[in-house]
Write a protein that binds this ligand. Structure first.
Ligand SMILES: [Zn+2]
Length: 345
């Protein structure tokens, strides 16, 4: 079980990077991994601060998590032999940092510039293959520094996506309980409770989630970090990813028009709650309250793709038993479900 040792969330906290690295006894060469935009937003500042006390600080910019980018980082690490990696950016950058930190057995610090999904604190990384996305168990960050001043500059839609990803834990945990009951799969009560608590935190504080409300952003960060910790404790994405995520992954494969990850899993969570026979209306109402899409139209994805994605979802990950496995999801049934949950007309 790996857990972050330092978590700093607040305004103007990037300059605490020196203090954090010193406290963690990280004095050797440092490599910052960032993207062009995130480097401008935060990476450059971190570089300049670190450089003052650590002359051996370098930056390397990437834009995707395609295998080629991972290889490029790998080459940089082999060349520079850093003792610490700093992933500064959105989920893609942090995932790429995570994968390399794990491969080279070097700790990393996560410095997110958006709050769009729970990858900022989790040990899981998603990597883009030629035809599929893969989830790899890597390692959790040694520290997380989330500067709310920078995160408020990211599009508001990314905050909504982050909330959707957290609300989805209601159904992810339901699927995990089901796998325990039906398949005797390992179920960790503590990890499940942490994930559920995060989802409740967002639901109870939905009115705070508004642009320029720093308290709302703090709530979201605490929830996202708790989700990451839940995955670290479980040793898998189980507490945070169930049928709603399978639906979103299926949508990624089917639809040419993609919405953000958390927006898609939010819709998936409405469907999953409906299939579990729980209060799907409450999930929909919370999503509505924070301004997240709850219909295909709002997601800007056509009705047909929603139906096809639901039909495809149970085949996405055969090792992940969910409520979808208990259904005979033919085309007609998927259409009825999408209509009953008011996702399509
Ligand atoms: Zn997710």
């Amino acid at each position: 079980m790996q857990l972050p040792r330092e978590v700093i969330v607040g305004t103007d906290v990037l300059n605490r990077i020196t203090e954090v690295t010193q406290r963690l006894n990280l004095h050797g060469p440092a490599l910052i991994i960032s993207g062009t935009k995130s480097y401008k937003a935060a990476g450059k500042k971190v570089y300049e601060i670190l450089k003052q006390t650590n002359k051996n600080t370098q930056s390397f910019l990437i834009e995707t998590t395609l295998t080629n980018d991972i290889t490029q980082i790998d080459k940089q690490i082999t060349k520079l032999k850093p003792q610490i990696l700093l992933g500064i950016g959105g989920g893609t950058i942090i995932d790429a940092t995570k994968i390399n930190s794990n491969q080279h057995n070097i700790p990393y610090i996560s410095i997110p510039t958006t709050a769009s999904h729970d990858g900022i604190a989790s040990p899981l990384a998603s990597i883009k293959g030629p035809d599929k996305h893969y989830s790899i168990l890597s390692q959790a960050p040694l520290a997380i520094i989330a500067d709310t001043d920078i995160i408020t500059l990211a599009p508001w839609r990314s905050v909504i996506s982050g909330c959707g990803d957290v609300i989805a834990k209601f159904t992810a945990v339901k699927d995990w309980e089901l796998a325990y009951t039906d398949k005797k799969e390992y179920y960790g009560e503590y990890a499940a409770s942490l994930a559920l608590m995060s989802a409740k935190l967002i639901t109870e504080n939905a009115t705070l989630i508004q642009p320029s409300n720093v308290s709302g952003l703090r709530v979201l960060f605490e929830a996202l970090i708790s989700c990451g910790v839940a995955m670290s404790i479980a040793g898998s994405s189980r507490p945070c990813s169930g049928s709603e995520h399978l639906f979103s992954h299926a949508l990624d494969l089917i639809s040419t028009n993609r919405a953000m990850h958390g927006e898609q899993v939010g819709i998936g969570s409405i469907i999953a709650a409906y299939l579990h026979g729980t209060n799907w209306q409450q999930i929909r109402d919370t999503l509505k309250q924070i301004g997240a899409p709850t219909t295909a139209k709002e997601l800007e994805i056509n009705d047909e793709d929603i139906i096809q994605a639901l039909k495809l979802a149970p085949t996405i990950r055969t090792d992940r038993y969910t409520i979808l496995n208990k259904q005979q999801l033919d085309y007609k049934k998927c259409q009825i479900i999408a209509k009953a949950t008011k996702i399509i007309d």
